[in-house]
Design a protein around this ligand. Structure first.
Ligand SMILES: NC(=O)c1ccc[n+]([C@@H]2O[C@H](COP(=O)([O-])OP(=O)(O)OC[C@H]3O[C@@H](n4cnc5c(N)ncnc54)[C@H](O)[C@@H]3O)[C@@H](O)[C@H]2O)c1
Ligand SMILES: O=C(O)C[C@H](O)C(=O)O
Length: 313
């Protein structure tokens, strides 16, 4: 029996729970929120699609009742404030640091062995905070950003190439921020053909720029940040853990010398299986890509430093 808890029954959390349920990724999904009745209502609503969508995942919604989450294999943390148009993710640190810290503490009381996936923004810094506060081994707690950014990169590449996005290879490493993410255009390919041979420099630069502000573009259109792709990206990572698929997914994980970095959580390609982050893959980065990664890490470190200033760490 596999059990997944999603904390935060807002846009991203409910979407993630819905994808896990409809795709039967886990036997049981618990959705938890502090807002009275919201998680219960959303899980009842999803349950009422079971006969229409043909799934039989067990679904439970609870208001702040962590006992119901006991024995979870995976816990996805989406609780926290989303940004509004014009804001950066980093501006959410003051509100979300307290929420993420208290949620991680509560989760571990009932599921000390769960693999914990951080979604709340600023995600790289929230992952660092959760890792430091929990004292968990680094494989057990990591963040999702790269799965989403990579999906967006493939989406924009598919538009530029007029090709099926499922036939495109590519990844986005670095921080999950408007200026910190690094779409690796030089390593992306369509059916083995480097996209650098298929698109002009201008076209490729536009794909990279659109990918980097992918979240901001949607926030402007929607008035709050996105949820369909973020929820599906979180469920994609959960699936690799629950089914021990060992997919290589760019994940925000603690580095200990890899990519020349220490004491930081940032996006790098990693093998994701039943033990969480099972291996970090070492990419052969060009000098330019290395420089971008260093700049990205520097920016993430700057945001991490704010945790001390606001007494969150
Ligand atoms: N990492 C990513 O790729 C990614 C993608 C999308 C969104 N996000 C982030 O995820 C977070 C959630 O976004 P959203 O659009 O779902 O927001 P939302 O406002 O729709 O939902 C957030 C939910 O968290 C709940 N919550 C707040 N404090 C809580 C607590 N202490 N315990 C339990 N629940 C609590 C709220 O009641 C709300 O229902 C935001 O911080 C957003 O920036 C990250
Ligand atoms: O853009 C945001 O603030 C939410 C999320 O990080 C995203 O990329 O969709």
């Amino acid at each position: 029996m596999s059990k997944v808890t999603v904390v935060g029954a807002g846009n991203v959390g409910a979407t993630c729970a819905n994808v896990i349920a409809t795709r039967e990724i886990a036997d049981e999904v618990v959705l938890l929120d502090i807002k009275e009745g919201v998680a219960e209502g959303k899980m009842l609503d999803i349950f009422q699609t079971a006969t229409l969508m043909d799934f039989d995942t067990k679904l439970t919604g609870v208001t702040n009742d962590y006992a119901a989450t006991a024995g979870s294999d995976v816990v996805v943390i989406t609780s926290g404030m989303p940004r509004k148009p014009g804001m950066t993710r980093e501006e959410l640190i003051g509100v979300n640091a307290g929420i993420v810290s208290s949620v991680v503490e509560n989760v571990l009381k009932y599921s000390p062995k769960a693999i914990i996936l951080i979604i709340s923004n600023p995600m790289d810094t929230m992952t660092y905070l959760a890792l430091k506060k929990s004292g968990l081994p680094k494989n057990q707690i990591f963040g999702m950003g790269g799965a989403l950014d990579t999906a967006r990169f493939k989406c924009y590449l598919s538009k530029a190439l007029n090709a099926n996005s499922n036939e495109i290879e590519g990844m986005v490493i670095g921080g999950h921020g408007d200026t910190t993410m690094i779409p690796l255009a030089g390593k992306a390919a369509y059916k083995g053909i480097p996209v650098t041979e298929l698109l002009s420099k201008e076209e490729l630069d536009k794909v990279v720029a659109d990918t980097m502000v992918g979240g901001a573009t949607l926030t402007k259109l929607l008035g709050t940040s996105a949820w369909y792709a973020p929820g599906a990206a979180a469920a994609y990572v959960v699936e690799s853990i629950i089914r021990d698929q060992k997919k290589v997914i760019v994940s925000c994980t603690a580095l200990d010398g890899e990519y020349g970095q220490k004491d930081i959580c940032i996006g790098v390609p990693a093998v994701i299986g039943k033990n969480g982050v099972e291996k970090i893959l070492s990419l052969n980065l060009t000098a330019d890509e290395k420089a971008l990664f260093e700049k990205s890490a520097e920016a993430v470190r700057k945001t991490n430093a704010v945790l001390k200033e606001i007494n969150a760490l």
